[in-house]
Write a protein that binds this ligand. Structure first.
Ligand code: GLA
Length: 392
């Protein structure tokens, strides 16, 4: 069976309850921001390429109030039990309090404060609650960053430019989580639109909303519930390999390169660089074709591109793993499934499967029988980006 998850208002109620228990008062403001699933266009964002994610109904909610002094207290209900759930620091002084440290979850909060676009940030108290599974490749960290940024906007308004907000949250991830990520996760968490996937051009930072509301279609997320430790080191390595390949090709980024350019430069690239670049160049092209197929309702064609994307991530980019490969091959064995692929950074986390609504139960059952581990399933719909919630 697919997992059920709390609605935004249920999460908000839980956050308000906890806030009352901890601080003995009612919060004045509340905000939320979603996690995401990427339908296609993997490891293309930091190559200035195209991506096609959608915002999820899984969200992070932040409730809280401004305080008169410079002190910040944040309590989380959702993070790993092995870390303290409360953090206290002062915004006075030389900014040392915002340096990354422990607990790790608080680094996202500190990073967002540091990169907030209308400084200085006032003191506040806040509670965080989330339904985005942690470390599952559904952008729990971007949803926390963007929810926090949206919360700060209620305490001290900025110019409300969505793209700049996504870029500030991406900076927080770079400086405070140490992940040199692209812009996809934060962008769709800010600008996602209900009933649509977003085709984001990561060079121009312009997005096109692609409708995705056909009731006969389901987007199924399967969490492998594994996360290999390679994630941390391999992501920056991939990014560097792409930059090196682009420079050998004489391009600013792989977005500007064609397969012809790559073939011509083959003798000057080592085998690994060649394969990384080939994935990126073909994946950007696949993403453009997939968005166009989705617009036409050509789901079979879209599904084929998803499977090609997965194989390329497995064989050329080498960011898949046995568990993700098993989940994808099990899903694609079921009649009514259009396509399936790993989603997000890789080395564990989730797959995304596009299928006919009537095939959901048998697909879940088949995957459960075929997969060695214990997966979690989410039936999802494209949801809105970050929002201010009313606290009345
Ligand atoms: C992670 C990063 C994104 C993107 C994906 C891979 O989710 O945060 O920026 O690079 O991996 O597509």
């Amino acid at each position: 069976m697919a997992s059920s998850f709390p609605s935004v208002s249920e999460l908000e109620a839980a956050a308000r309850l906890l806030y009352g228990q901890v601080f003995g008062e009612e919060p004045q403001v509340a905000a939320c921001a979603p996690g995401r699933v990427n339908l296609i266009g993997e490891h293309t964002d930091y190559n200035q390429g195209l991506v096609l994610p959608m915002a999820l109904p899984l969200v992070t909610v932040v409730v809280g109030s401004r305080t008169p002094g410079p002190d910040v207290t944040v309590v989380t209900a959702t993070e790993d039990a092995d870390e303290p759930r409360r953090v206290d620091f002062s915004l006075l002084g030389d900014g040392a309090a915002l340096a990354p440290g422990l607990p790790r979850w608080a680094n996202y909060v500190k990073g967002v404060i540091q990169h907030y676009r209308a400084p200085p940030v006032p003191g506040f108290r806040a509670v965080v609650v989330s339904s985005v599974p942690l470390g599952g490749g559904l952008s729990s960290s971007a949803s926390l960053e963007v929810a926090f940024y949206t919360f700060l906007q209620q305490l001290k308004p900025d110019d409300e430019d969505g793209v700049s907000k996504a870029l500030a949250c991406q900076q927080a991830e770079h400086t405070h989580a140490g992940v040199p990520c692209g812009i996809m996760d934060q962008f769709v968490s800010v600008l996602g639109s209900e009933g649509h996937a977003l085709l984001i051009d990561c060079r121009s930072l312009k997005a096109t909303a692609v409708p995705l509301t056909d009731p006969s279609l389901v987007i199924l997320i399967t969490n492998s519930n594994v996360r290999h430790s390679l994630t941390g080191s391999e992501y920056p390595t991939r990014r560097r390999q792409c930059e090196e390949a682009a420079s050998v090709l004489g391009k600013d980024s792989l977005r500007d390169a064609t397969i012809k350019d790559l073939e011509e430069a083959k003798g000057r690239l080592d085998d690994v660089a060649y394969r990384r670049a080939r994935h990126v160049i073909e994946e950007i092209e696949r993403t453009a074709r997939a968005a166009e197929a989705l617009q036409r309702g050509a789901y079979r064609e879209f599904g084929k591109l998803m499977v090609e994307s997965h194989k390329s991530l497995r064989d050329l980019y080498e960011v898949s793993c046995r568990e993700l490969d098993q989940l994808v091959s099990a899903a694609t064995e079921v009649e009514g499934v259009f396509g399936s692929r790993m989603t997000g950074g890789g080395f564990g986390g989730c797959t995304v499967t596009l299928l006919q609504a009537h095939a959901v139960d048998k697909t879940i059952q088949h995957i459960q029988e075929r997969y060695g581990g214990t997966p979690t399933f989410y039936v999802t719909t494209p949801s809105a980006g970050a929002q201010v919630l009313s606290v009345s």
